[in-house]
Every structure is written in structure tokens, then in C-alpha cells.
Write a protein that binds this ligand. Structure first.
Ligand code: IMP
Ligand code: MG
Length: 182
């Protein structure tokens, strides 16, 4: 079920092709969740921090498949504006309020593109003294080396502009259950 009808034309932009189907994403999310469940224990007091808004769908599927007690928080780091090219400038609009000291923190990203967001977020979260800090990203374009490579990567993504499953183009397409390229 791709419902490529009215959704495929949002904002005057047309979807070119489906890159990851809803089924492929669900299967990969379950593998990642199983691996996270094996990596941590209840004693780690796992805190999953999602980057808004893009990771909200991924995070919600991921945490529901993890078989451990955990807490959820978000960080809102804005880098893109309404365009398709990263500005490299990262603004923080919401900082997680959750206690991180003595906890295992996993930063959950939708996509690593230029890596600017990750490079800015990691030291900022690290300063809160978690016992460990790892990154789990659904998609990784591998365009440039990042200061801390994600420990978990859902898919090595093509260098195309992707939308759906949380990813937007000027706020459109976030609700699509699959990932497509524009
Ligand atoms: P970076 O800071 O350049 O790595 O970009 C990170 C953020 O830019 C992601 O969290 C997304 O919100 C956005 N972004 C990067 N590439 C894409 C894309 O292909 N589609 C939609 N959003 C993207
Ligand atoms: Mg975005």
C-alpha cells in the first residue's frame, strides 16, 4: 500500500521513487531494537533522546520494540530551514530536561547528512555526563566523516533528498509510512 496519490504531490513536489518500503523499515527497526536490547541492561537506566522533528516516527517504533525499561526525551536542533541543502548552522530550540548523569544515553537521529547536527549535539549531550553516549540513526548518507560515528545505522542511504517516515520537505511528507526520494 503506497498511497502515491494525493500524498505524492504535496507542496508541488512529486515523489520520484520509493527507496525503503514500510515493511523493509519495520524489519530493520526490529533488528536495531533487538541489538539495543542486548547491549543495555535495566541497570543502565537507558534514556533515548530523539532529534525533533525528523526522528519522531522512528523513535516511536524503535522504543516500542525495545525490551528494556527506558525513558524518552527529545532535543530540537534545527539546521535545515525549508530548503534541501544543509545550512551547516544548528540552532537549539529545545534541550532535554531529563537527568543524564549515570545513565546510558542513545541519541536517535532520522538521518545523518552533513553531520553538522551530530557534531554539535554530541558534545552538548556529553557535557551532561552520561555513563555512555551512542548514536542510533535510521539513515546515514556517509557524505563526510562525523566526530562520533553512529553505533547503529538502519540504512546506508543514497545521496538523494529523502522524505517520509518522519523526514520532511518544508514540513510535507512526514506522515508517509515509507521513505521516498524527491
Ligand atoms: P545534517 O546536520 O546535515 O547531518 O542534517 C541533519 C538534519 O537535516 C536531519 O536530521 C534532517 O532533519 C535534515 N535532513 C538531512 N538530509 C535530509 C533528507 O534527505 N531529507 C530530509 N531531511 C534531511
Ligand atoms: Mg527536517
Amino acid at each position: 500500500m503506497l498511497h502515491l496519490t494525493e500524498n505524492s504531490q504535496l507542496g508541488g513536489q512529486a515523489i520520484r521513487r520509493v527507496v525503503y518500503s514500510a515493511e523493509a523499515i519495520q524489519a530493520r527497526v526490529e533488528e536495531l531494537a533487538a541489538d539495543l536490547s542486548r547491549t543495555y541492561t535495566a541497570a543502565d537506566r537507558l534514556l533515548m533522546v530523539g532529534t525533533l522533528k525528523g526522528s519522531f516516527v522512528f523513535l516511536s517504533d524503535l522504543v516500542r520494540a525495545i525490551d528494556l525499561p527506558l525513558h524518552v526525551d527529545f532535543v530540537l536542533a534545527s539546521s535545515y530551514g525549508a530548503g534541501k541543502v544543509s545550512t551547516g548552522e544548528v540552532r537549539f530550540l529545545y534541550d532535554p530536561s531529563a537527568e543524564m548523569k549515570g545513565r546510558a544515553v542513545v541519541l536517535v537521529e532520522d538521518i545523518v547528512d552533513s553531520g553538522a547536527t551530530l557534531n554539535r549535539l554530541i558534545p552538548r549531550l556529553g557535557a551532561r555526563e552520561p555513563t555512555s553516549l551512542e548514536v542510533c540513526t535510521l539513515l546515514h548518507k556517509h557524505l563526510a566523516p562525523v566526530d562520533q560515528e553512529p553505533r547503529w545505522v538502519g540504512f546506508d542511504a543514497p545521496d538523494e533528498f529523502l522524505v517520509g517516515y518522519g523526514l520532511d520537505y518544508a514540513e510535507d511528507f512526514r506522515h508517509l509510512p515509507y521513505i521516498a526520494s524527491l
